[in-house]
Structure formats: structure tokens, C-alpha cells
Write a protein that binds this ligand. Sequence first.
Ligand code: SDX
Length: 428
Amino acid sequence: MTDKKATLSVEDKNLDYAVISGSIGPQVIDIRKLYAQTGMFTYDPGFTSTASCDSALTYIDGDQGILLHRGYPIDQLAEQSSFMEVAYLLLNGELPDGDTLSDFTRTITRHTMLHEQLATFYRGFRRDAHPMAIMCGVVGALSAFYHDSTDISDPVQRKIASHRLIAKMPTIAAMAYKYSVGQPFVYPRNDLSYTANFLRMTFSVPAEDYIPDPVIVDAMDKIFILHADHEQNASTSTVRLAGSSGANPFACIAAGIACLWGPAHGGANEAALNMLREIGTPDRIPEYIARAKNKDDPFRLMGFGHRVYKNFDPRAKVMQKTATDVLDKLGVKDPIFDVARELEQIALQDDYFIEKKLYPNVDFYSGVILSAIGFPTDMFTVLFALARTVGWVAQWNEMISDPDQRIGRPRQLYTGPDVRDYVPLDKR
Ligand code: SDX
């Protein structure tokens, strides 16, 4: 709290509201008493100027292009850490020592198997179902199988549910892919790392041995780190709002997956690669830049722009470097990567993008890497959901353990008809 006040003049009243400071970043004006004092609501569709909570997990400075997880810069975590270590950090607040990390990783590893009956759940889907539809269904169904970890008032059950969700997402995601290509499900193995286990469950077949390529394991682990958490984005806010009603964690994460699917959010990685493929060659880039600038054309440059970043998304910088490394190491020459880099150069020199501060975001380059690794485009958002489960679970735990936590219930500006009497059918 600060001793600073914000004064609002409403009709003949001057009302003071407390200004609250966080550890870094913008201060907030505490307007919780506004409605009681004025009978008025604030109005902020899209929440461009609204802080929905306080959180110690992730800090973003959109103007400077800064992203910190518990204070650690994303580029340092991506270059020096592992996804399991970042998961521990987000859940517990500090980087673990060696023994703690081993214990945490072992715990997660021992939750990677899925209740066998859930395998039949997949068979209810058409083979051509979008894998995100399967993820929404299967993750939501987890609460029907893991009743012993749905009592959110019990810290032990919250911890077990958190570990189960983080551990089982790779298994569920890999099974969604296997089901879509008609190959048998592959069980997890306890002698593999989290990310190597996922790659083996996804790409191995019973007909031959599969040794995960260390280059791909490292790139995938980095991609998971880059997607782990991102402050109060749409899907995280969905998880928090669902959790505020006391819904069980499996249902909350399923709600987050549904929200992430949208092309304006996590679905942008799939849409960005489809857009790059549609552009096809660098000579067609100007046509698409013109479309993106045309107010009458709903087309947007997918993978560009961000509500918070008005500078480079720091994750996009790491992603572009990772794409270069992975394609070089795999010996993949993907013309789509050339289109992406050319498109970025042209857009960043265009007045429209400069004026609107539109830069590549996390979704612009990820598809190039995921495609080179062998994932079909419709699996890209599944991979985003797999990694973001760590952030969703950490944000959900932070909210549930907050003693001031209440159900989220926004109000509205009503624009419908005033009260009127019912008109019988024969009088209309
Ligand atoms: C993610 O919030 C998060 O943190 C999300 C995320 C996370 O990790 O959780 O970072 C992940 O969702 C990244 C964003 C992925 N989405 C896309 O790449 C889709 C393309 N981008 C946009 O649709 C858009 O930029 C949003 C949705 C990301 C942000 O939308 P805003 O903040 O509501 O901004 P806006 O739509 O009001 O755009 C401001 C202006 C508009 O022009 P005007 O109406 O002011 O004239 O910029 C224009 C927009 O038309 N604009 C674009 C554009 N993005 C914004 N014009 C062309 N191409 C674009 N991509």
C-alpha cells in the first residue's frame, strides 16, 4: 500500500481511492468501494486497464519486452534451465537445489500414467477430431477418474491434483496425436526425462526402437519453457474465474484449454503456420501485408501483435534463435522459415506495424520448429496447452490459497429494454 491517493470527482463528491504498489511495475487504484460509494461501475471491456488479482508468479513489461518468472528473465531460463525446473519454480517460488529437483521430477514421472479406462474415452471421438477437442474432453473427464484429488480445501489433494495434471498432459497429448494417426498408444517410461518421454509417446511405434534425438528434446524443452506462464492472459484468467467458484482443478484446466484454442490466443500458432503456408513465397508477402492493413479485410497477420507487448515478445526472439538452431542441426531447409523471416523484416519496417507497435509474438516462429520436428499443424495448440498447464496450475494454486479469494463476478453496462409488460400472443 502507498500513502498516495487517487481522487475521483463524481457529481458533487470528491472520492479518494488508495493507490497500491507492487514490487515492480504499474501501481493499481483500489476501486473496490466505487460501486458502494457512487452506484457506478468501471467500464473496461477486454480488461485493458484492469488488474484482476495480485500475483507473484510472472511479470511482463510490454514496453521493454521483459518477461520474468519469479524474477528470473525468460531468456536465461530458456538457455540455462529445464521445463521441470521452471515448473518447480512457478509452483514453489524458488529455484530448487539438486535433490529437490530430483524429488520433484520423480514425483511428476510417477504420475505420467493415465487410468486405463480413459483410453476408451478417445475411441468415442472421430479419428479426424481436432486434437484440441480431444484435450478439452479428456482433461475435463479426469475429474471423473481422480476423485481423491478434487477436494480443493485440502492442500494435500491440491498438490496431488497439480502434479497429476502436469504429469498427465504429455500422455494425454501424445495419445490424442496417436489416435489421430491411427497408431497404438505408447505408455510413458520412468527412465526418460519429462520431454523425452513425451516425444517417445508421440513418435515411437511398437515396430522399432525409438531413441529421442537430444537436439529435439532440448528444443522441445525450451519451447515448453517459453509457453509455461504469461501473467493474466485470457486462458489463465479463465482458469482463475472457473477456480473462483470452487470448481475442481481438472475442470478448471479444461476450461483453460477451451479458451486457449481460440486463434486470437493459443490457436495463433496453428493459424500462423497455415498463414505462412498460404503466403508460400516471399514475393506474395506484400499482398498479405496490404490485407492486414486493410480495415475492410478481417485478415490479421497471425503471430503478430499482443495486448501487452508493444515491443518484441522476448519469447519470439528465443524462438527465432531456436528455429535457426534446430533447422540447421536437423539439416531441414524449410522455405516457410524464409517466408517468416522475410515477413518479419518487411512488417517491422512498415509504418502501419510501427505505429500500432505490432511485433512477432510467441506464436510466430513456434510452428516452424514444431513442423520441422514432425508435429502436424493441428497439434501446435495442444503443445501450447501442455506447457501452459504448469502456469495454469501455479496460478490456480496461488488463487485458491489466497485468504482474500472470492468468486469472480463482473458487472455490466445494461443496454437492453427498460421494464415492460408481457404481451399475450393474440395481442402481438
Ligand atoms: C498469445 O495475453 C497473452 O499473454 C497471450 C499469450 C500468452 O502467452 O498467453 O502471449 C499468447 O495469445 C499471443 C497472441 C497470439 N495471437 C495472434 O498472433 C493473433 C493475431 N494478433 C491479434 O489478433 C491481436 O494482436 C491480439 C489479439 C493478440 C491483441 O489484440 P488487442 O490487444 O485487442 O489489440 P487490437 O486487436 O485492438 O489491435 C490494435 C490494433 C487494431 O487496429 P485499429 O482497430 O486500432 O485500427 O492493431 C491492429 C488491430 O486491427 N492489429 C493487427 C494485428 N494485431 C492487431 N493488424 C494486423 N495484424 C495483426 N496481427
